[in-house]
Design a protein around this ligand. Structure first.
Ligand code: AKB
Length: 316
């Protein structure tokens, strides 16, 4: 079997840093080329092949693929929900052009697999909000969500038309301590741990009872790799899979932090991100992922809080 060579685009982002480290463990450091428009994230610096690469430059991206003999691409570069609402045209351009270019490259260079993340942001205010099913009303309310839903349809189209093996997950909000989130509506659930340790208080930009689907990064990385390793014939959906682990509100995450830091206090100052959150599901039905490729989460809110506070505390 030919050795797979992986290119990760957007390796310096919240998912990219940890996914790069996990894939390097699995495939060998030299077989996973990390790239980002920025300089290498401190956790990736001098720890394996790294390219400073702008995915919007198709010539440089194709050169990277050919020079490194790339067989698989993980395209993680994107503008997320909150940043996207500040400049919708830019978000559309970056999120869509990068995907279409990588899909074309996938066909042209005969790549074996492509990974591209989708999000719960595909769902909108008209979607049923509790236990949102895999297939349901999908009318996204943000440009980020529109780009993710359009992207899912393009991925499915390239699979059906060209046989390209593109795989995708609808990530919930992701919580991590190794790498920082940026520009998302669910980012409060990371900031809150940092602020709890530093100042024992946090002002949340969502209201206290805003329930959203969430997941610890360890689960998200494992889900991504399990989906990518699954035999193709098990994947009944070529749209992105719903993925679920836990669902909580700011009030509940604050209570779980208080179990470890009793003096922690929270107050609320909802901003424009409240409206985005109000259009998203409260919880997700991921039966298709569980049935097709055996998905099962390991972290709930209590376990995640203990792990986040321990690791962020050590980091100092
Ligand atoms: C965001 O909040 O925009 C992201 C997402 C749910 O895709 N974390």
């Amino acid at each position: 079997m030919k050795q797979e060579k992986i290119l990760i685009i957007g390796a310096g982002g919240q998912i990219g840093v940890e996914l790069t480290m996990a894939l390097r463990k699995l495939y060998g450091t030299d077989n996973v080329v990390a790239s980002d428009i920025r300089e290498a994230h401190p956790l990736l610096k001098d720890r394996g092949p790294y390219l400073q690469l702008n995915v919007m430059d198709p010539v440089a991206t194709l050169a990277a693929v050919r020079n490194h003999g790339i067989t698989q691409i993980y395209l993680l570069a994107a503008l997320l929900s909150a940043t996207g609402e500040k400049d919708p045209k830019k978000a559309w351009e970056i999120n869509m052009q990068s995907l279409l270019q990588i899909l074309d490259m996938g066909v042209q260079e005969k790549l074996t697999k492509i990974y591209w993340p989708s999000s719960i942001a595909v769902f909108g205010p008209t979607t049923p909000r509790d236990n949102t099913p895999q297939q349901t009303v999908i009318e996204p309310g943000t440009v980020y969500g529109i780009s993710k839903y359009a992207g899912e349809l393009w991925a499915q189209y390239y699979n059906k038309r060209w046989g390209l093996d593109v795989r995708s997950l609808r990530y919930p909000g992701l919580i991590s301590w190794k790498s920082e989130p940026g520009g998302g509506t669910t980012d409060y659930a990371v900031e809150i741990y940092h602020e709890a340790l530093k100042h024992q208080k946090y002002t949340c930009f969502l209201s206290e009872d805003t329930y959203l689907p969430m997941m610890y990064m360890d689960d998200a990385i494992r889900a991504t790799i399990e989906l990518m390793e699954a035999p193709a014939d098990l994947l009944k959906s070529r749209m992105a899979y719903n993925l679920s682990a836990m669902s909580f509100s700011p009030k509940e995450i604050a209570a779980s932090i208080r179990q470890h830091i009793p003096d922690f206090t929270i107050d609320y100052a909802p901003d424009f991100r409240q409206q985005i959150a109000d259009g998203w599901p409260k919880s997700i039905d991921d039966t298709a992922a569980r049935t097709d490729w055996n998905w099962k989460p390991e972290f709930d809110l209590e376990r995640m809080t203990a792990d986040m506070l321990t690791n962020l505390g050590k980091k100092g």
